[in-house]
Design a protein around this ligand. Structure first.
Ligand SMILES: CCCCCCCCCCCC(=O)SCCNC(=O)CCNC(=O)[C@H](O)C(C)(C)COP(=O)(O)OP(=O)(O)OC[C@H]1O[C@@H](n2cnc3c(N)ncnc32)[C@H](O)[C@@H]1OP(=O)(O)O
Length: 268
């Protein structure tokens, strides 16, 4: 079975690269435009060609995955403002004299299943944990837990996540649970490491909580590549208020590149 899987070249690398590919067609669109499109999309069939995601020409399956990092009605004005700010920086082709210039920013889409939407991944999904869902996307009620969107800067090898912490993430009364913050840091630094290095797993995560984060806060999670040494990708991270005046958490993370077989108990 493993041999079959390997031959089919299924893997998380494709997953993450697939995420990049799918992020086309969403850039330069404001929050209100997107919310309007998103609302419209949910009133249509899953084959609706007016969806922003329908611009994916290379998508091999007939169904469309839902991107959970698009604006929804639970997003606060602060969340919408931060989203619009970074979305406006994304890589629409802009005229620059006679040349077209690509911006370095790209929005990563976010699905609630990690393997299913990889190229060919539907087969993997049937083989393992058909009911599995990505931890940060497994609560249906919008705004209750993790609302977030990740923007990658390809040139700077960094990313920014806009994160709104919902009411079900309480730890200390009125404040966000440290585990929820760690989850988001793992997710964001892991997304960047995967974007840069392909299939990875978290080997080490160090956190310093500097200030309590009020429940309902909108924060920025800034991550940047520190260095790559062989299979090891080192990422730094800071969580701040949206105006960056307040520091909530600092972190460093180490990700180790893996083969797909690693997820099936094989080290090769
Ligand atoms: C996706 C959906 C989309 C959405 C995006 C969502 C992204 C979410 C990302 C979340 C990812 C996770 O949470 S993953 C879940 C949590 N992580 C895990 O469960 C990982 C469990 N650990 C392992 O499987 C393994 O220990 C590995 C893969 C980390 C490493 O094992 P290995 O492949 O055998 O490699 P190994 O030889 O041990 O180590 C390779 C090099 O790394 C170093 N190294 C290894 N571990 C450590 C460590 N803890 N601290 C320091 N250094 C370490 C070694 O010294 C060595 O350095 P040198 O000698 O070469 O110098």
């Amino acid at each position: 079975m493993l041999g079959q899987i390997a031959r089919r070249r299924l893997g998380l690398l494709l997953l993450l690269h697939g995420q990049q590919r799918l992020s086309n067609g969403l850039n330069g669109v404001s929050f209100n435009q997107l919310l309007s499109k998103e609302t419209h999309r949910h009133t249509q069939s899953s084959f609706n060609t007016s969806s922003p995601i329908s611009t994916m020409s290379l998508w091999p399956f007939s169904f469309q995955p839902r991107d959970f990092s698009l604006p929804n009605s639970s997003w606060s004005p602060e969340m919408c403002k931060a989203y619009d700010h970074y979305n406006a920086l994304c890589d629409t082709d802009t005229e620059n004299g006679e040349e077209k210039k690509r911006a370095p920013w790209k929005k990563l889409p976010s699905y609630n299943r990690s393997i299913k939407y990889a190229t060919g991944g539907i087969h993997l999904s049937k083989l393992i944990q058909a009911k599995a869902r990505l931890f940060t996307r497994n609560v249906k009620e919008q705004g209750a837990t993790f609302e977030y969107v990740v923007f990658v800067n390809k040139e700077e090898k960094s990313c920014v996540c806009v994160f709104q912490a919902g009411r079900l993430l309480e730890g200390a009364p009125g404040h966000v649970h440290g585990g929820a913050i760690a989850t988001m840091i793992d997710t964001v630094t892991g997304s960047l490491a995967g974007y840069l290095s392909g299939p990875i797993m978290t080997a080490n995560l160090n956190l310093d909580y500097r200030n309590p984060m009020p429940l309902g806060s909108v924060v920025l999670i800034h991550s940047a590549l520190d260095r790559i040494e062989g299979r090891k990708t080192f990422i730094t991270c800071k969580v701040t208020s949206t105006d960056e005046s307040k520091l909530y958490t600092e972190a460093t993370a180490l990700f180790v590149s893996i083969s797909v077989g690693h997820l099936f108990g094989s080290r090769n």
